[in-house]
Design a protein around this ligand. Structure first.
Ligand code: HEC
Length: 211
């Protein structure tokens, strides 16, 4: 058995929340545990239970290539101390719906891993939360979805997350098409919660494109 199939549930959940593998090694943050560390234990237990229903794969785990500073695995421990905060970014008096949306966006949906710019060490810039970022694939930019830039109504945002259609009847493209395959399976209430949360995110102007 390859991959994580032979790990215990506790080992898998520890990896998801703390980025540590079954032998205690730090995992690279290409695995977005700095988002998943905010997930609730019961949701992770359910997730692992679902994975256990999937057929066993005989493909060996692939080695991965990561750039500096992460080619030194031990540097990842320091990185975690600096960037893997388990506090939610948006704080304050939230309604139940906004709180649910915050959980879906900041933890399970890990939306910020794409939509938030990173500092030089690859940590998410919490003060530029969801304000857009260079596309890791190298092409174009991932859009700013803070309220000033994303002017769609909550209903329009929810529809986009359901069907992928924008109010202009474009369709979600690039890596967002994959995200919509998932958000499309959420309940209407959860999509509405995400939209409600996006409306209370701090408005940040789109950064000018790098020269
Ligand atoms: C894997 C990277 C990735 C993740 C994760 C991601 N997005 Fe996106 N998102 C994109 C890209 C790329 C686009 C641009 C799509 C296009 O050009 O059609 C986009 C577009 C959007 C748009 C439309 C913005 C516009 O002005 O057209 C919204 C709204 C959005 N994302 C919300 C979310 C939410 C909410 C989540 C979390 C549930 C999320 N995204 C997670 C990559 C991502």
């Amino acid at each position: 058995m390859h991959g994580i199939g032979g790990w215990t549930d506790a080992q898998i959940i520890n990896a998801i929340q703390h980025g540590v593998d079954h032998a205690g090694n730090h995992l690279y943050p290409a695995f977005p545990y700095a988002s998943y560390n905010k997930a609730e234990l019961q949701d992770l237990v359910d997730l692992v239970a679902f994975w256990r229903t999937l057929p066993v794969s005989d493909v060996p785990s692939q080695p991965h290539e990561v750039g500096l500073p992460f080619s030194i695995r031990r540097a990842v421990g320091l990185w975690k101390l600096m960037f893997a905060s388990d506090d939610f970014v948006i704080q304050g008096d939230l309604t139940a719906e906004q709180t649910r949306g915050r959980y879906l966006v900041e933890a399970l949906g890990h939306c910020a891993e794409c939509h938030t710019p990173r500092n030089m060490l690859g940590g998410l810039s919490r003060d530029r939360w969801l304000s857009g970022a260079p596309n890791p694939s190298g092409e174009g930019r991932i859009p700013n979805i803070t309220p000033g830039a994303l002017t769609w109504s909550e209903g329009e945002i929810a529809e986009y997350l359901k069907s992928g259609f924008t109010p202009e009847f474009d369709t979600a493209g690039g890596s967002m098409a994959e995200v919509v395959k998932n958000t499309g399976q959420l309940s209407d209430a959860d999509r509405a919660a995400i939209a409600a949360y996006l409306k209370i995110v701090l408005e940040v102007a789109t950064a000018p494109a790098a020269p």
